[in-house]
Write a protein that binds this ligand. Structure first.
Ligand SMILES: Nc1ncnc2c1ncn2[C@@H]1O[C@H](COP(=O)(O)OP(=O)(O)OP(=O)(O)O)[C@@H](O)[C@H]1O
Length: 260
């Protein structure tokens, strides 16, 4: 739960975040995705693509990273998704008590708990049917009954979360409309029940109707999920954004309120 705006004299240990309505703090028991001093220098280079990136995103909220092309936004998502190892720094979930102090040690966020939807995800569809696309890589014969039940329940959750019920499971993913392809790409990640969902330009390449549908869907999803998106579509996503950061050239991240 988020409390109203607090005076600047509030203790530093209370996590604050920037929103469209001004500085807010989280006042009851809560958890945050916390990225601390993340630095990334690709092996064999002398160039830091990310420089001491630090951010805090309350769970079940929507964070947005924006900034110029080439500033390092996609690199940040790739590191958070575990696709490349950071040179230094940490990525954790920290739980806080109602007094604002950390409870227990931070929980390291493992890559298997992070879902990522790349830009133009439909280009990476592999299967001939919607069902195969969502269940790609699942155990076929050897799963025991409790695993099968869990997988079925995850499938139900993912389809219901993205509103894919109207689509036949036998449909070819490539024959879906642009908006439904994007829903399918989200379902492929949601079926893994991620603790963090990363989105790279979630509206890119969609027509106005599909863009509005995806915004509506993300608004619904953020009630249950922690979402961090990278986008240039600030105006359309602004209604969803709880915290925003500008990525500057050299991979320097600064919290900054959206001004539209
Ligand atoms: N492995 C690498 N080695 C060296 N430079 C790299 C490597 N990967 C990316 N870069 C460079 O790092 C910079 C940041 O790239 P990145 O794709 O993260 O930027 P971006 O902010 O997402 O850009 P865009 O908005 O155009 O997608 C770019 O200049 C890119 O060319």
């Amino acid at each position: 739960m988020r409390a109203a705006s607090v005076p600047s004299s509030s203790p530093d240990y209370l996590p604050r975040f920037c929103s469209r309505t001004g500085p807010l703090r989280v006042s009851s028991e809560h958890s945050c995705l916390e990225v601390k001093k993340l630095r990334y220098r690709p092996p064999g280079t002398q160039l830091d693509l990310l420089s001491d990136v630090t951010l805090s995103l309350p769970v079940k909220s929507f964070g947005l990273v924006f900034g110029r092309s080439g500033s390092g936004k996609t690199t940040l998502l790739q590191i958070l998704a575990g696709l490349s190892a950071p040179t230094s720094g940490s990525i954790c979930i920290q739980h806080y008590g109602s007094d604002g102090s950390p409870k227990l040690s931070p929980e390291i966020l493992l890559p298997e708990r992070v879902g990522i939807v790349f830009q133009f995800p439909e280009r990476y569809f592999l299967a001939d049917t919607v069902l195969e696309e969502v269940t790609f890589g699942w155990p076929r014969q050897k799963a025991d009954s409790s695993t099968r039940e869990q997988l079925a329940s995850n499938l139900q959750y993912a389809f219901s979360a993205v509103g894919l019920h109207a689509i036949s499971l036998e449909e070819n993913p490539h024959s879906l409309s642009g908006g439904f392809k994007r829903r399918l790409a989200l379902a492929v990640q949601l079926v893994q029940k991620p603790a963090l969902l990363l989105l790279d330009e979630p509206l890119a390449g969609l027509d106005w109707k599909a863009r509005a549908d995806v915004v509506k869907l993300l608004k619904h999803l953020k009630k249950e999920l922690t979402i961090l998106a990278v986008s240039h579509d600030l105006k359309e996503l602004s209604a969803l954004v709880d915290v925003s950061w500008r990525m500057e050239m050299g991979g320097i991240l600064k919290e900054e309120r959206l001004t539209l």
